[in-house]
Design a protein around this ligand. Structure first.
Ligand SMILES: NC(=O)C1=CN([C@@H]2O[C@H](COP(=O)(O)OP(=O)(O)OC[C@H]3O[C@@H](n4cnc5c(N)ncnc54)[C@H](O)[C@@H]3O)[C@@H](O)[C@H]2O)C=CC1
Ligand SMILES: O=C(CO)COP(=O)(O)O
Length: 336
């Protein structure tokens, strides 16, 4: 079994460390040759995941061909903005019928399509074994081997089973799903609500407000996902409500921390300029809000995060707008 991790940020390092405890032939692709050399020598990324030792037998390479060819399983975990380009670059070396896993959480710019859809298109004629992996999984905890659960989803049942077998361990419980779109929309859109959660904590709004935000956040994530082909029930699972809870409440979350900074008055540019780590929720908001507007999908929290990011509302104004909206019924079917 030859497994390769494409992306050496926090998530890639956590996953390859987990997989290295279960498999012998494991590779980590790091795009920067100097960084790859440092990782080879120190077996640790001080920048992305300090305190996690990459096992000695993990092959670390900056050569994409070496990281791709002959691999039975390729896991993509770059920031979402790089996934399409990365798959395009890998395509000439991807083995026929290899299983390709998308562990990045985001959507395609412009179209808002799921990353698995883009990957499938780029690998047409080479493989259709495309799987999404998503769940409440902070790299900091997976890297330390703390217990967790996740979901692997695919239209191809055998591909999902294959990835389930590869990842499953007494430390990581892996569930299967056939709703790849639902799993991906949950993973991508929860980052918007996590930013909002950071904003609300930054304003000191309390636990009742947090519970309301998570619950109403789930409702709008589900509305969007279902409108684009996901199954409603998937959002009540690990990749939906599970990931939403952890990202809205964990101090590990980059999106949550970005929200805290927005509430403190920092701009999106100041926040992203101050960290090398990806804050996916900003990009996902830029993609989702115009789509929600275009297709008439009510997403009030997403709308306020968009306005906050664009300096159109302050955090306090965003709160006021959300609290003073027209009266609604909870299930969205408004009674006369
Ligand atoms: N960190 C976490 O706990 C989890 C992250 N994810 C997702 O995984 C993806 C990656 O996240 P992290 O590893 O945390 O990010 P990170 O910010 O820790 O690291 C990003 C890595 O991608 C590389 N990179 C940046 N731009 C690139 C490009 N254009 N082409 C190729 N490589 C590029 C960087 O050099 C770095 O190695 C994101 O979509 C994130 O939402 C999913 C689950 C958990
Ligand atoms: O997706 C994640 C946890 O499941 C990571 O979230 P952040 O990108 O906000 O850190």
């Amino acid at each position: 079994m030859k497994i390769s991790m494409i992306g050496a940020g926090g998530w890639g390092i956590a996953m390859i460390t987990h997989l290295a405890h279960l498999h012998k032939d494991v590779t980590l692709y790091c795009r920067n040759p100097e960084t790859a050399e440092v990782l080879r020598k120190t077996r640790e990324s001080k920048d992305y995941l300090p305190g996690v030792k990459i096992p000695e037998h993990v092959r670390i390479t900056a050569d994409l061909k070496e990281a791709t060819e002959k691999m039975d399983c390729l896991v993509l975990c770059t920031p979402s903005k790089a996934v399409e380009q990365m798959v395009e670059a890998m395509a000439p070396w991807v083995k026929k019928d290899a299983v390709v896993v998308c562990a990045s959480k985001g959507l395609a710019a412009g179209t808002g399509r799921c990353l698995s859809t883009v990957i499938s298109e780029k690998l047409q004629g080479i493989t259709d074994n495309i799987v999404a992996l998503s769940g409440p999984n902070h790299a900091e905890e997976i890297g330390k081997g703390l217990p967790a659960a996740t979901v692997v989803a695919s239209e191809k049942e055998n591909a999902a089973r294959f990835v389930q077998d590869i990842y499953m361990s007494p430390k990581l419980r892996v569930y299967r799903s056939n709703d790849i779109l639902g799993v991906e929309y949950g993973g991508a859109l929860k980052n918007i609500i996590a930013i909002a959660s950071g904003v609300q904590d930054g304003l000191g709004l309390g636990d009742n407000c947090k519970a309301a935000l998570i619950t109403r956040g789930l409702a709008e994530i589900q509305r969007f996902g279902v409108a684009f082909g996901a199954k409603a029930d998937t959002f009540y699972g690990l990749s939906g409500v599970g990931d939403l809870i952890v990202t809205c409440t964990s101090s590990h979350s980059r999106n949550y921390n970005a929200g805290l900074k927005l509430a403190a008055g920092m701009t999106k540019e100041q926040i992203t300029g101050g960290t090398r780590m990806v804050v996916e929720g900003f990009r996902t908001t830029e993609i989702v809000y115009p789509m929600a507007k275009k297709y008439g999908i009510s997403m009030p929290i997403t709308e306020e995060i968009y306005r906050l990011m664009h300096g159109q509302h302050t955090a306090v104004e965003a709160l006021e707008c959300l609290m003073t909206r027209a009266k609604k019924s909870e299930d969205g079917i408004d009674m006369q």
